[in-house]
Design a binder for this molecule. Structure first.
Ligand code: GDD
Ligand code: MN
Length: 369
């Protein structure tokens, strides 16, 4: 048994395979990691296989699987999951786009209790070097779609990640295309994920095999994972939709509070309208806060979040922002674009709702760690 299995999927990597094996190996020895290297090749017609076999003569912790059926990057990674002889898997590209130096950091992340640790290009400190505009746009689009399912993950389509065996061992993965991480996040059993920024450096030699088919396959995969969550309520995707739904219910309850208080203060206590309405709005914000804090986002995890008064302050500010958004959209559309004010208001409410949910989700009830 090894501490870690580094899975390297390859197709026609004769110019890179030697370097990546040597670099991973150097990282193993420098950090005293008892690691295994597992190359999963799709029967490359170049010298990749031959070179790996050559290395195997001196490295007994290096294994090679040559696949001859159903070729594909995701399929190869899943094959790696099955063949690995450790409880922690780490997937890395062969073309040196992913820095092997991060391997110990990611391993540490798993040992510290994360189920998944992702090498992330789209967070502070991360980035992409030498990519043409077209690839950047495609990648951003893919990331956007992926984040509809996993808003908390900055880079759900990274090809560089570590995962506990237990996450994927029983997962009904349907590997295809390039984005195996999305499949792991969508179908795997996990609670805690962590991201580590890195700079993706495009391959210096060889060529990417990403094509139009990859994009279509990916869209299908996103839909498949959304569907899967419908029948698997423990999945991360479903949990996210539950939050959105609850946030909406709380928003509706706020309308009742607001209206009720207004009727009471104006109709019974006879306060002036501006005073009554300010109190009514503020009380509805407070009751929304309490419900969202205990119900929508509060599954006993508040300890890992900002302090309660920080959450309250943040929610208050976001709510005022939402009200301003509603106001501006309503007035702009109705006054300048001639839209019926009732329709304009509904649009304003919807945009404000999206704003409130997204910002509160990421800031007010942000999970730390
Ligand atoms: N076994 C196998 N079978 N390996 C493959 C196949 C295949 O059909 N296609 C590609 N690979 C291997 C390559 O040899 C390389 O090690 C790795 O998978 C990535 O392939 P590239 O062709 O270099 O992909 P890329 O650089 O365009 O895509 C990278 O970035 C994406 C994010 O934008 C990869 O890291 C993807 O996994 C990642 O999603
Ligand atoms: Mn590449």
């Amino acid at each position: 048994m090894y501490d870690l299995t580094v899975i390297i999927p390859t197709f026609k990597e004769e110019s890179n395979i030697g370097t990546i094996i040597e670099s991973v190996d150097a990282v193993f020895s420098r950090n005293a990691i008892n690691g295994e290297i597992l190359v999963i090749d799709d029967n490359s017609p170049d010298r990749t296989i031959e070179l790996v076999r050559e290395f195997q003569k001196t490295k007994q912790h290096l294994s090679l699987v040559v696949r001859t059926e159903d070729p594909g990057l995701s399929q190869s990674v899943v094959e790696g999951f099955r063949k690995a002889r450790s409880d922690i898997f780490l997937v890395i590209d062969a073309d040196l786009s992913h820095p092997p130096a991060l391997i110990p950091v990611m391993l540490e992340g798993i040992r510290a209790g994360n189920d998944i640790v992702i090498g992330s290009r789209y967070m502070e400190g991360g980035g992409i070097k030498k990519w043409p505009l077209k690839r950047r746009i495609i990648s951003k689009g893919a990331t956007f779609l992926g984040r509809l399912l996993f808003p908390e993950i900055h880079d759900p389509v990274s090809g560089f990640f570590a995962v506990k065996k237990s996450v994927v061992v029983r997962a009904p993965l349907r590997p295809r295309g390039y984005k195996i991480l999305l499949e792991v996040l969508g179908k795997g059993t996990w609670l805690k994920a962590n991201e580590i920024p890195f700079e993706f450096v495009d391959r210096a030699t060889g060529s990417s095999k990403l094509g139009r088919r990859t994009i279509i396959e990916y869209a299908g995969q996103v839909i498949d994972n959304a569907q899967f969550s419908w029948n698997h309520h423990e999945s991360a995707v479903w949990q996210e939709w539950v939050k959105l739904f609850r946030f909406g219910i709380v928003g509706l309850s706020g309308i009742i509070v607001n209206e009720g208080v207004l009727i009471y203060l104006k109709g019974y206590i006879q306060l002036s309208l501006p005073v009554a309405s300010i109190i009514a709005i503020e009380l509805s914000i407070l009751s929304n806060f309490i419900l969202n804090d205990t119900w929508t986002f509060g599954t006993g995890q508040q300890h890992a979040m900002p302090h309660w008064w920080q959450r309250l302050f943040s929610f208050q500010v976001v709510s005022i922002g939402g009200a301003a958004i509603n106001f501006v959209i309503l007035n702009a559309l109705a006054v300048f674009a001639g839209v019926d004010y009732r329709v304009a208001n509904i649009l304003g409410i919807l945009v404000a709702f999206a704003w409130n949910f997204l910002v509160n989700r990421r800031v007010t009830w942000k999970k730390s760690g």
